[in-house]
Design a binder for this molecule. Structure first.
Ligand code: XCC
Ligand code: SF4
Length: 637
């Protein structure tokens, strides 16, 4: 595609003003109005106050990496270099590399927490946690070359130690890289982008972007790719697999979505963040008969746990726990006046939640020693104390219920039915334990391809619109959609996560969905669970005997905002999966880096980024990409 020009994005009708954004979902609109009436500030209001945002930063042309600066580069004027002499290409590449390192570090540090708890379980130091999927534990141990038939705790400990080695630089190499097609692994080796250690790559990225280290924009971009791959095939993959071992591998289930899952007559506890280590414990505590009794004594009909963002996705996938909303709905949950506690671990938790909680009876509770929020109630969870602290947190929510003001309660929607729980094991299980039927459907053209729609909401865009519109555009063309992260709530609210949505799909996909009783948009998990998608791509590519870039697949983050989303996008591309972005990353100030991202990478890794703010046009472009891949495989378009 042609190089994206700044002006195209500025003119796009999809960059709605804050007021227009609020019009998308009725539930959001009503609460936004209410919040404004009460003088509360929300993300949309703060965005308005930040607008126009700094055009130099937006292009990736500002640098504050040393105190000879900060420098703001204005190419074409007399200020096209920083004090150290760095020009636009270098500055953009350095900034983008650090951006990706932030995302990779976040996912991988989350993965490490799971590996550590697995080790604690193996050592007997994690009361409250157990191995729920012993078969998967043993399967993974065998996969990475460990003795898998011994005593369960010994196997758990050995697997944790093996995956722990992947974080360092001196291990035998990332355990899950052997899942890759040989051609992909050989390509990475040739390009020198095979990740060597999950921690090593983001650290090296920070090193290389210090003033006066790596000054080649291309080399920096390749290190950014290696950093992202350490996330996708390392930290995130460990996070997903070990979460399944500890909490169970997801299987199809039914649940509900939107603010209507908050119950007027119950103590409502919303879990927010990413790590199932905390949210699973809160869920377990909420089933404690003593705490249920305490809730009843406080006048509530029960204890209701619901999810937000990705830890919500984790509970939804494994337990069918309803999800109240995604990141742009988190502030609004409190405006319902019916939330007793928001229990947060880390990532994507707006600092504004502390201030908002103070305007309501809601307790804002943080649980991670890595994520301090001054003004919040703090309980630092560890593997040893998690069970006990979870009970205290639920107790606090029950106390808060007594202070609820019934006059302020306003729950603006009825919950919508959804289906979830589509792990790779579940998908392949439904197909008889092999990818063969999927490959047959792809060959026959009943299924033309598959696209992972992932990522966040962003207040710069009309809420949920791009997620839902793109998904509809794809399924009507017989392209299966897999969804993770905050895109999930958007799909669910639009009615796309139920088998009945097959009516909106093309005839081939609709028939497949009806035969299997599945929706045309499958919920496959949280953001670390994008590792499920790349793993499935590897399984398919290996079964067909091709490299991943030959598959008729793509990825998309239509409404992304976070560093983690950039890391996901880049590891998808480096894995060979062309990736659509609804908003450009902050790289447009460098024609060279932009060209590499949207064109040059195709020749290097067989895939590139496709930036397109209009989801209908994005659907057309992804469709064309899938047709081209099909034809190259000798299949009908
Ligand atoms: Fe965060 Fe994962 Fe984005 Fe949602 S989708 S806003 S990253 S919670 Ni990950
Ligand atoms: Fe300026 Fe160079 Fe320092 Fe960045 S590293 S702030 S461009 S002098």
């Amino acid at each position: 595609m042609s190089e994206p020009k700044k002006s195209e994005f500025e003119k796009s009708e999809f960059h709605k003003t804050a007021a227009e954004c609020t019009m998308w979902t009725e539930e959001a609109g009503r609460l936004i109005e209410k919040a404004r009436g009460q003088g509360l500030s929300l993300a949309w209001d703060r965005l308005e106050k930040q607008t126009p945002q700094c055009n130099i930063c937006e292009q990736g042309l500002s640098c504050a990496k040393c105190v000879m600066g900060p420098c703001r580069l204005i190419p074409g004027l007399d200020r096209d270099k920083g004090v150290c002499g760095a020009g636009a290409d270098l500055t953009v590449a350095r900034n983008f590399g650090r951006f990706v390192a932030g995302g990779s570090a976040a996912h991988s540090d989350h993965g490490r927490d799971l590996v550590e708890v697995l080790h604690h379980i193996g050592s007997g130091g994690a009361p409250g946690y157990e191995i729920r999927d012993e078969a998967k534990l043993r399967r993974l141990a065998a996969e990475v070359g460990l003795e898998s038939s011994g005593e369960v705790k010994a196997v758990a400990k050995a697997l944790a130690r093996r995956l722990g080695e992947d974080f360092s630089s001196f291990g035998p190499g990332l355990a899950f890289l052997q899942r890759l097609p040989a051609a992909r692994k050989a390509l990475w080796d040739k390009l020198n982008i095979t990740p060597r250690g999950i921690d090593r790559e983001p650290v090296e990225m920070l090193h290389r972007t210090h003033m006066g280290v790596d000054c080649d924009p291309v080399s920096l971009c390749l290190q950014a790719a290696r950093t992202a791959l350490a996330d996708g095939w390392g930290g995130s993959m460990a996070g997903t697999e070990i979460s399944d071992v500890i909490f169970g591998t997801p299987a199809p289930n039914k649940s509900r979505v939107n603010l209507g899952v908050i119950k007027k007559d119950q103590v409502n506890i919303l879990v927010h963040g990413h790590n199932p280590l905390v949210s699973e414990m809160i869920l377990a505590a909420a089933a404690d008969p003593k705490l249920l009794q305490a809730a009843r004594e406080a006048g509530a009909a029960g204890l209701n746990v619901a999810g937000l963002c990705c830890t919500g996705n984790e509970l939804l996938m494994r337990r069918g726990i309803p999800i109240a909303g995604n990141n742009m709905m988190t502030e609004l949950t409190m405006v319902t006046g019916a939330v007793e506690a928001i229990v947060a671990d880390y990532q994507c938790i707006m600092p504004s939640l502390v201030d908002l909680a103070q305007c309501f009876h809601t307790k804002f509770i943080t649980t991670s020693d890595k994520a301090h929020f001054p003004g919040a109630e703090t309980f630092h969870f560890t593997p040893e104390n998690a069970r006990e602290l979870a009970g205290r947190v639920v107790g606090l929510a029950i106390e808060a219920f007594k202070k609820r003001d019934p006059a302020r309660v306003d729950i603006p929607a009825e919950p919508i039915e959804i289906m979830s729980g589509f792990s790779n094991e579940a998908i392949l299980g439904a197909l008889g334990g092999t990818p063969a039927p999927l490959i047959e459907a792809l060959k026959a053209g009943t299924l033309r391809g598959a696209v992972g729609i992932v990522g966040c909401n962003n207040p710069k865009l009309k809420q949920d619109y791009s997620h839902v519109t793109l998904a509809r555009e794809l399924i009507k063309r017989d392209i299966l959609v897999l969804v993770t992260g905050c895109a999930t709530s958007a799909m669910g609210k639009a009615g796309l996560l139920v088998p009945e949505a097959a009516a909106q799909a093309g005839p081939g996909l609709a028939g497949l969905c009806r035969t299997l009783g599945i929706p045309p948009v499958l919920h496959v998990g949280s953001c670390v669970d994008n590792s499920r998608i790349i793993h499935l791509c590897a399984v398919l590519a290996n079964a067909v005997g091709v490299d991943i870039d030959a598959l008729p697949v793509a990825a998309s983050a239509p409404e992304w905002y976070s560093e983690k989303a950039a890391a996901i996008g880049l590891y998808a591309v480096a894995t060979g999966v062309t990736t659509h972005l609804g908003l450009p990353p902050m790289i447009l100030g460098s024609p060279a880096v932009t060209d590499l991202a949207v064109n040059g990478l195709k020749d290097v890794v067989g895939a590139a980024f496709l930036v397109e703010p209009d989801p209908i046009r994005a659907g057309e472009k992804i469709d064309a990409h899938i047709s081209a891949k099909r034809q190259a495989l000798g299949l009908s378009g």
